[in-house]
Design a protein around this ligand. Structure first.
Ligand code: ATP
Ligand code: MG
Ligand code: MG
Ligand code: MG
Length: 467
């Protein structure tokens, strides 16, 4: 019925408005007043204070489409059909208002009535002890009990230390045998991509003391999350989320620049998907004010950009090009994020500068890495070499680790971290000696502000990054 990514987003938000939810725009990817999280990774994350009651929400029923970044998924990106480091999460929320009966019934109504998904393709998982959810799904909503699956705590209980928590219920879409691993015991929850988890409904009904005691909440909450790209993927019947309408256009632009066609070779397909994903996440991160650096969010951004640049090399393309592809990312996202247009020039520039600076050293870095990979007897890369790759050639430690792991070589990360610490200390001392601004705290990372050579140090050579 409606299958375009932009249409699906709108249908979802409209549907929940019709259920009395207030539509809020996506929050920034950068968390506000929340040090527990580097980047927003779910629809509920920027609304934590509404859930705890610390802040009163504008309405007890809310619906959003939230930009999300999940770097823990980075190694699955391009490999599985369903993971991106960037994605949009559709959600409907209840702050002490509607609960399990409504949340389940509305989810089913949206899927089977609005989108007309065939119920025989849908499976529902519940937390193993949640008999209430089982009864609601099968007796009230009308799900066939043979399509119900009980899963354990890791999958279907949402909990984060102490505080509000509760069981979840997920809706999976069966894409059919040919999309799965083919094992006879392939099931809902299998790592393969036959049954795709599309929607997760969290029933926040307990308060946990963190020691295994759960007290029922007087006003339970609802927090749901559905990946918009996954929804579009199953609605469009395409193989993976990079083939979804708007996202495919980004990948096509990459193919056009690099001259590498999609669907010809599995290895280059992985690279095309990875670049497509990373240029999406980095465009949005810079749009929300993140800049490349060696720490925190800036490091995440740098790592993604350099990882994408490496995949460009794997495709045999040696020039900076990501800064061109970001135009297509912006163009394809104007419907929902028109503000990207105003920032286009800035985003392009940030990516270009980062690409060009990595381009200067990437070949030498690869030379060093290839030498290591070609030698038979290196099983572990020394911390010193990892440091040199990072400091002189601009290879983020995670990129080095990933490249070497493809050849089964480990990295002495502990020693690497020691060396990084020592370098930081040296920079700090140097700053003190040089009488640098006193208001700059010791923890401020200045490594990217300037690359000026510090003359008082001889053992750091030209890479001494001191302001
Ligand atoms: P999976 O088990 O497939 O990794 P998840 O259980 O980690 O997914 P949730 O934390 O429940 O995902 O997030 C809610 C929804 O957000 C998921 O049901 C899915 O539709 C979507 N989602 C989660 N992670 C990603 C991702 N990396 N890329 C795209 N969509 C995602
Ligand atoms: Mg996951
Ligand atoms: Mg899951
Ligand atoms: Mg889930």
């Amino acid at each position: 019925k409606w299958t375009g990514l932009n249409e699906l987003r709108e249908k979802f938000l409209e549907f929940f408005e019709s259920k009395g939810c207030l539509r809020l725009p996506s929050f920034s990817l950068v968390p506000k007043d929340d040090n527990s999280l580097l980047l927003i990774n779910s629809g509920m994350a920027p609304m934590k204070k509404y859930f705890t009651g610390e802040v009163t929400p504008p309405r007890k029923r809310v619906t959003t489409c939230q930009k999300c970044i999940r770097t823990p998924d980075i190694e699955r990106v391009g490999i599985t059909a369903r993971h991106g480091t960037f994605f949009e999460m559709l959600g409907n929320f209840s702050f002490g208002d509607y609960f399990k009966h409504e949340a389940t019934a509305w989810a089913w109504e949206f899927f089977t009535k609005v989108l007309e998904m065939p119920p025989e393709k849908l499976y529902v998982s519940i937390y193993e002890d949640d008999d209430e959810a089982f009864d609601i799904w099968t007796k009230e909503v009308g799900v066939d009990p043979s399509h119900m699956v009980r899963l354990g705590k890791e999958d279907n209980f949402w909990e984060h230390g102490s505080g509000p928590c509760g069981p979840c219920s997920e809706i999976y879409f069966d894409r059919g045998d040919e999309k799965g691993c083919g094992r006879p015991d392939c099931h809902v929850g299998c790592e393969c991509d036959r049954f795709v988890e599309v929607w997760n409904l969290v029933f926040t009904q307990f308060e946990s003391d963190g020691k295994g005691n759960y007290t029922p909440l007087e006003h339970p909450n609802i927090d749901t999350g559905m990946g918009l790209e996954r929804l579009a993927c199953v609605m469009q019947g395409v193989d993976n989320l990079f083939l979804v309408d708007t996202i495919q256009n980004i990948m096509k632009h990459i193919s056009q620049i690099t001259g590498v066609e999609y669907g010809k070779n599995e290895k280059s397909d992985v690279s095309l998907r990875v670049i497509t994903d990373h240029i999406r996440s980095t465009t949005f991160m810079i749009g929300d004010g993140v800049l490349p650096s060696n720490e925190g969010k800036g490091y995440v951004l740098r790592r993604l950009l350099r990882r994408a640049a490496r995949h460009g090399r794997l495709l045999g393309y040696n020039e900076p090009f990501l800064y061109k592809v970001c135009d297509t990312v912006i163009k394809e996202n104007l419907t929902a994020y028109p503000e990207l247009k105003e920032k286009q020039e800035f985003i392009t520039k940030v990516i270009k500068v980062e690409e060009e600076s990595f381009a200067k050293t990437i070949d030498q870095g690869f030379k060093m890495l290839n030498g290591i990979m070609d030698s038979e007897d290196v099983k572990v890369l020394s911390g010193e070499d990892a440091f040199k790759l990072n400091d002189t050639y601009g290879f983020p430690i995670d990129l080095t680790r990933e490249i070497l792991s493809e050849k089964g070589i480990k990295v002495d990360v502990e020693r690497f971290r020691e060396l990084m610490k020592e370098q930081k200390k040296r920079s700090r001392d140097a700053r003190k000696n040089a009488g640098a601004d006193a208001w700059i705290s010791d923890t401020t990372d200045l490594s990217d502000v300037a690359n000026t050579e510090f003359v008082g140090y001889t053992d750091l050579k030209s890479t001494s990054k001191v302001l």
